[in-house]
Design a binder for this molecule. Structure first.
Ligand code: NDP
Length: 238
């Protein structure tokens, strides 16, 4: 399917959780949404659900830890779309073994996996898709999903691998914002709060809709001059 939509978005890790909700909300705002997933079956099922509701959702096979997979996704994307307005780097991991461990005992392989998925993946995705973001008529917008646990202001001895990967993601967001200044592309981070997903677990105090809210606002309403910032509940967090 080729998309003739004027507004085009790409969301990684879109088969469940916040990625799926963000995709749905962007569809409701009139975007054609490329829903990228590493799992073909689950990814297609999520796309099918949105298409059945009359939205334009397109499946994209992408494992963010695999540069060849990202390049292949780029190839598929470029056959179907002429530009990209919104890129949401949502895919991430939080391993159970990371939940209750001190940095003193941090397993280095676990740290490597977290950095590969939560930091290096988004960097590779942005690098590859920048040419299409530059073609956006409205100005490209990149939104990286981050966490309180990545904030230097909240640093504690918990979730060390995840925490370090999100802190680095925050720094990477500033670096890309500086790198693309003047190209009409805004790059920001969003902390969605504690959301009811597989990662958020039971007890989370936010619905999917609430968790997606600030990302959708940044993608569609916020001033394009807002860039290189960390947001929660539509407010800048220092
Ligand atoms: P989930 O664990 O529910 O979903 C994670 C998604 O990322 C899944 O679709 C998963 O795919 C995908 N994913 C993981 N690794 C890869 C990979 N290598 N390639 C492609 N996709 C991958 O997480 P949430 O929806 O809760 O979180 C979404 C974002 O929000 C994350 O960046 C997270 O860090 C952030 N966040 C979430 C909070 C919360 O309370 N939920 C709080 C703060 C931040 P698969 O199904 O194949 O595993």
């Amino acid at each position: 399917m080729n998309t003739n939509h004027e507004k085009v978005a790409l969301v990684t890790g879109a088969n469940r959780g916040l990625g799926k909700e963000i995709s749905l909300e962007l569809c409701k705002k009139g975007y054609a949404v490329f829903m990228a997933s590493r799992d073909i079956e689950k990814g297609r099922a999520a796309v099918h659900e949105l298409c059945e509701q009359g939205y334009e959702a397109i499946f994209l096979h992408m494992n963010v830890t695999d540069p060849v997979s990202i390049k292949n996704a780029y190839g598929t994307f470029s056959q179907k779309a002429s530009h990209l307005d919104v890129l949401v780097n949502n895919a991430a991991i939080l391993e159970d073994s990371d939940r209750h461990v001190s940095i003193c005992k941090l397993n280095i392989e676990s740290l490597e996996r977290a950095l590969k998925t939560n930091l290096i993946g988004p960097i590779m995705v942005i690098q590859d898709f920048l040419p299409y973001l530059e073609k956006s008529k409205t100005g490209g917008r990149i939104i990286n999903l981050t966490s309180d646990l990545g904030s230097l202001a909240h640093m504690q001895d918990s979730y060390p691998a995840y925490s370090l990967s999100k802190t680095a993601l925050n720094a990477m967001t500033r670096q890309f914002a500086a790198a693309v200044a003047g190209k009409n592309i805004a790059v920001n981070c969003v902390n969605p709060g504690w959301v009811e997903t597989d990662m958020g677990g039971s007890g989370a105090n936010r619905s999917l809709e609430k968790g997606a809210e600030t990302t959708i606002w940044l993608a569609t309403e916020a001033s394009p001059h807002e860039t290189g910032k960390f947001w929660k509940d539509k407010r800048e967090v220092p």
